[in-house]
Design a protein around this ligand. Structure first.
Ligand code: UT7
Length: 371
């Protein structure tokens, strides 16, 4: 028996709050023209004060569960790829598990920069293929606005917030995830990083005053790496699946810079329509960018059953990775009915009540311990 893993559900969430290039010109010395021509970005979404990485991840996950027609209690595994977790620990995935009411699921985060979603998908794929688990929820979610230095024009124009999620299910049917490739070059670790807040430079008044808890990037070096690695990883993952660029329907790349996307299309000798881009609307949402783009490509009908899709990412670490997927799930014919929506909301209310009860019981028990 050969087990394969199939994407059977997908969902995304982006905050409603839009920050345009023009808005940014009132914040730093920049222009709409510079941002558009150097990056391709026109606007990005910024989380409201009450939104967090977990709250956005949960919205995307609920949508993905609906598409897959799966109950949260059916999930065996939840992996959240993020560099902006709600807390240094516990994992954001644990908060997602609790709110969804995914009672039987193992949950943890992966930190692999903008490649995080590909790392998480690869790990979930191999776990499902091994037969250890049947149903996995894989999320890429980021609140980059919280680690962005809004005084630094070289980075603050690039990033946005959001979340994307997929459901991966084990099945013997042909197709699904065909091959994967991952890589790392840690010698580039400090090309894109947050200097403080970890064990090397713990948070202090000084670290905050020096703005060391914000993201820093040597853009030009990262650009060079990205433009080289994206075509290489794409070719590599296709070769592993015994396929060629001619078999390809669509590439879903990490959305960092339109110039990286265009130069990859050129190097791969592919028409630009073969590489999906929604960068202009969301900017770079790090680990969330690939699942958000994948979700939109399916919603727009750019991916149909049996199409070959390559998802390819690169980013902090330096890390890179790609997955080749034979798409096996058609789009649902109709959105969930109001009755279905009601049942789903009831399920999440039950999960919230259950969580509250567990906290209450824990509090009662702690009273006993103190006596
Ligand atoms: O998601 C993880 C992976 N990240 C990436 O892939 C990002 C890769 N890097 C990039 O996308 C590009 O390097 C950037 C978009 C970050 C920068 O574009 P660039 O063409 O590499 O610009 P640069 O850093 O070489 O800067 C060119 C000029 C500089 O001025 P001088 O020194 O030539 O006078 C910058 O100070 O542009 C200036 N500049 C800006 N000007 C207006 C930098 N940022 C801005 C800005 N507005 N926002």
């Amino acid at each position: 028996m050969t087990l394969r893993s199939h994407i059977t559900g997908w969902g995304k969430y982006v905050p409603p709050n839009v920050l345009t290039n023009d808005d940014l010109t009132h914040m730093v010395d920049t222009s709409d023209e510079w941002i558009r021509t150097r990056t391709g970005i026109e606007e990005r979404r910024i989380a409201d004060d009450d939104e967090t990485t977990s709250s956005m991840a949960i919205q995307a996950a609920q949508e993905a569960l609906e598409v897959a027609d799966l109950k949260p209690s059916d999930l065996d595994l939840i992996v959240v790829a993020t560099v902006t977790p709600d807390h240094p620990f516990p994992a954001t995935a644990c908060l997602v598990q609790d709110t969804l009411g995914a009672r039987g699921a193992a949950a943890f985060d992966i930190s692999a920069g903008c490649t995080g979603f590909i790392y998480a998908l690869t790990l979930a794929h191999h776990t499902l293929q091994s037969g250890a688990y049947e149903n996995a929820l894989v999320i890429g979610a980021e609140t980059l606005s919280r680690i962005t230095d809004w005084n630094d024009r070289s980075t603050c124009v690039l990033f946005g917030d959001g979340a994307g999620a997929v459901i991966l299910q084990a099945d013997e049917a042909e197709g699904g995830v065909l091959s994967t490739t991952l890589g790392t070059d840690g010698s580039g670790a400090r090309l894109l990083y947050v200097p403080a807040g970890g064990s090397q430079i713990p948070s202090s008044h000084e670290s905050v005053a020096e703005r060391q808890h914000y993201l820093r990037m040597r853009g030009r070096e990262v650009f060079r790496f990205a433009a080289r690695i994206m075509p290489t990883a794409t070719r590599d993952v296709l070769e592993k699946a015994d396929l060629t660029l001619e078999d390809l329907k669509l590439i879903i790349p990490h959305q960092a810079n339109q110039r990286i996307i265009d130069s990859s299309a050129k190097l791969l000798d592919l028409p630009s329509e073969t590489i999906f881009s929604n960068l202009s609307a969301y900017g770079n949402t790090s680990a969330a960018s690939i699942p958000i783009a994948l979700c939109e490509a399916v919603e727009e009908g750019r991916i149909q059953r049996d199409d070959l899709v390559v998802c390819v990412g690169f980013g902090a670490g330096l890390t890179w990775g790609a997955t080749a997927i034979r798409w096996s799930t058609p789009r649902p014919e109709a959105p969930p009915s109001s009755v279905e929506k009601f049942w789903h909301s009831l399920r999440y209310r039950y999960a919230a009540a259950r969580s509250l009860l567990r906290r209450f019981v824990r509090w009662l028990l702690s009273l006993g311990v103190n006596e």
